[in-house]
Structure formats: C-alpha cells, structure tokens
Design a protein around this ligand. Structure first.
Ligand code: DNO
Length: 382
C-alpha cells in the first residue's frame, strides 16, 4: 500500500519538506481556490504538480474535484457544469494525475461540533456530539422536524445544553459546524444557512440519488477514456443532517452507486472513519465487498456512543478493527497491478500541534503518529 499525505497547498501551514520527514511518498491535494463548477486550468494543475514533484513527491490523488451544488440539486445550467467537470478531468489526466476523489453531500462536507475536544492522555480530537448538534438544529436553526431526527437522549441533553450555554458557546458551536463547509471557505451564519437549506427543500433521497446517477453517466465514460479512477467519498457522518438527504452512508448505498455505472472508473474512497461512525457499518465487510472498486483509502478510527455521538480515536484505538480492514485491503491489492493508495486520515492535535492552525484534523504530529502506527500494521501483515 502506498503512503500518501493530504496537503492543502497555499492553505496549509505544514510545508512539504516537513511532510517528507513523515516518510509518506505521495501527495493528495486540490486546487482549493478554484470556485466549484469552474474548470481547473492546465497551467494551474501543472504548477501544483511541479511544486509537489520538486519536493520529491508525486501528486497521487486529487481530493477533491468538488461537485457543484446545482448538480446535487439537479437545477441550473447542468450541461455547462458537466462539460466543465469533464474538462477538468481531461486537464488533470493531461498532467498525469489519475485518481480523483469527490463527495455528494449537499451543502456540508463533514460535520463536527467540537474541534478541540480533550483526549484522556492529553491532546485534542475532533468530536461530534449528537446532543449539541440537536441543540443547534432545534434551538438555533429552529428547523421543523429536527427533534424527530435525533435519539431521545440527545434531544434531552441538547435542550439542557442550550439552556445553560452562553452566547460564546453557541458561537463556537456554529463555528465548528461551519468549518465543515467545503469550497473556498464560505461560512454561513444561522440566517444564511437557513436560506441555503431552502434551496434543497423537497429534495428526497431518491432525487439526490437520481442526480448522482446522472452525474456518473455524464462523467464516468470520460474518466474511463482518460484512464482516471473516480472515487466517491462517503458521507461524514453517515446519516441525514440538517434535514438534508444523504445517500453514501451504508454498504447498500455504495452497492447501488457501484451498480449504477458498473465499471472500474466508478470507484470508492474507503473512509473508515466516516463509515465507521455509522452504527450498522461493518468496515472489513465493506472493504471485502468492494475490493476491486476501492481506489483510495482514508484510514482513521472513531469511538461511538449510543446516542449517535462519536469521537475521533487514535488510529488503532477506536471501534473500527483497522487491522482487519488493512488485511482485506492487502488481499485486494494482491490482485492488482498497482499499489493501493491510502493516507492516515486526520490525527489528534498532539504536543506542539496546538500551536499551528491547520485545517481541522490535519495536524502534523497527530497524523504522523497515525501513519507510523498504520505503517507498522501494514508491515506486519505483509
Ligand atoms: C475531511 C475529509 C473530507 C473529504 C471530502 C472528499 O477531513 O475527509 O473533507 O476530503 O469529503 O470529497
């Protein structure tokens, strides 16, 4: 398995020569400054690639070539958006980048309620509190029906949290939730979020799935021709949120997507942390089921609670049996001609990490610890 490291380019305070010291060989990156729906120009791709190559790496994966909200909603000038997406793929292929990750979550990308929750032995982690999320939806956003979407314990604890929370607790909660908005770092306030949610009103799971299938039919044939492997990233967390439908949350969801356009270019990013926070998901089984369609792997772990909350755990420490997952991946890899690309996903903020303002979860020492542990597992199993 080939070790990669996510690097946010000009938005990353961690330098490539620091990444070199982790031992990772490949880089995962994106042109984060290009607005969604616009074409990634060849010269901009080449410049990023050259920067990565000059530091001794290869640019192995694009994460993400994001999908415009109009495509998810199924409205607007879709022909132009599909054509632009295909052109970006062609430009990437022309510059030698052949693995492309994306997701299909409406509005939000990932969601946490705490960006620096304390960890028992020191350091901090990202955390999702179902009760704080319920409090946000019920009391701050005042979304109709939100109360029914959470475990009763979470609703009850959320009411209590809201009662005693200060203005600054609420601001901090909004900030944490908004940190998971993708794109060139748009942020909404509560009012702004309400109005963007309106644009999805009435969209069902089936509608969203149909819009995904339409997208796949528009882009996968081009990707296949170009030799690009597309890999959809699962929902994080794998459940509906803010009343928005989600359709990449379970093994059955993934199977439907893989079958909708049944070819290798239509693949999966196996994210053990995202899928792992869903109560019913069996990660070794999912790895086995889609062995030949997994083109990229995010390895991380979570500890779940029964009300739907979860904390990001140390890589070998949570509820997901990562050793069993890696065992499946190594078996899958043995039937392939290319190495399976993976990265240690997220990390705790450890030691001096707290002094550097990284993208949430993308610390240097925390991820280095994760990568080192995973490297040990891979080495032992192979
Ligand atoms: C969070 C990441 C996601 C992921 C996108 C892929 O840390 O796992 O932001 O990159 O969902 O499109």
């Amino acid at each position: 398995m080939r070790e990669t490291w996510r690097w946010f380019g000009e938005f990353d305070p961690i330098l490539l020569d620091q990444v070199a010291q982790t031992g990772a060989q490949g880089i995962v990156s994106a042109l984060h400054a290009v607005p969604y729906g616009e074409i990634w120009a060849r010269d901009a791709i080449a410049a990023r690639r050259d920067e990565i190559t000059a530091a001794g790496f290869t640019w192995d994966v694009v994460e993400s070539l994001s999908v415009h909200e109009d495509i998810k909603r199924g409205t607007g000038d879709l022909d132009r958006l599909f054509a632009n997406y295909r052109q970006s793929l062609a430009n990437l292929a022309a510059e030698g980048i052949k693995t492309v990750c994306y997701n299909f979550m409406p509005i939000l990308d990932w969601t946490r309620t705490d960006l620096a929750a304390p960890v028992a032995r020191g350091g901090t982690c990202l955390h999702f509190s179902a009760s704080k999320m319920a409090a946000f939806e019920i009391h701050m956003l005042k979304r109709t029906g939100a109360r029914d979407d959470y475990h009763p314990d979470a609703v009850c604890a959320g009411d209590a949290w809201f009662e005693t929370s200060s203005e600054s607790d609420r601001t901090e909660l909004l900030y944490a939730i908004m940190s998971g908005l993708p794109g060139a770092y748009d942020r909404y306030d509560v009012e702004g979020l309400r109005s963007v949610l309106k644009t999805y009103e009435g969209l069902t799971h089936d509608d969203l799935r149909a819009n995904l299938v339409r997208f796949l039919k528009e882009v996968i044939p081009t990707a296949a021709e170009l030799g690009i492997m597309m890999c959809i990233h699962p929902d994080d967390p794998p459940r509906d949120i803010l009343g928005l439908p989600r359709i990449v949350s379970t093994q059955d969801d993934i199977r439907l997507i893989m079958e909708a356009v049944d070819e290798p270019a239509n693949g999966l990013t196996l994210c053990t942390g995202s899928l792992g926070s869903g109560a019913g998901n069996d990660l070794p089984a999912i790895a086995r089921a889609f062995a030949d369609r997994i083109h990229f792997v995010h390895l991380r772990n979570v500890t779940k609670s029964k009300d739907g909350s979860f904390s990001e755990a140390a890589h070998l420490d949570g509820d997901v049996d990562l050793v069993a997952v890696i065992d499946e991946l190594l078996k899958a890899e043995s039937h392939r001609t290319v190495e399976l690309l993976f990265r240690a996903d997220h990390g705790h903020a450890l030691l001096t990490d707290a002094a550097t303002l990284t993208q949430p979860g993308y610390t240097l020492i925390g991820r280095l610890r994760g990568l080192a542990e995973l490297r040990g597992v891979i080495c032992a199993l192979s």
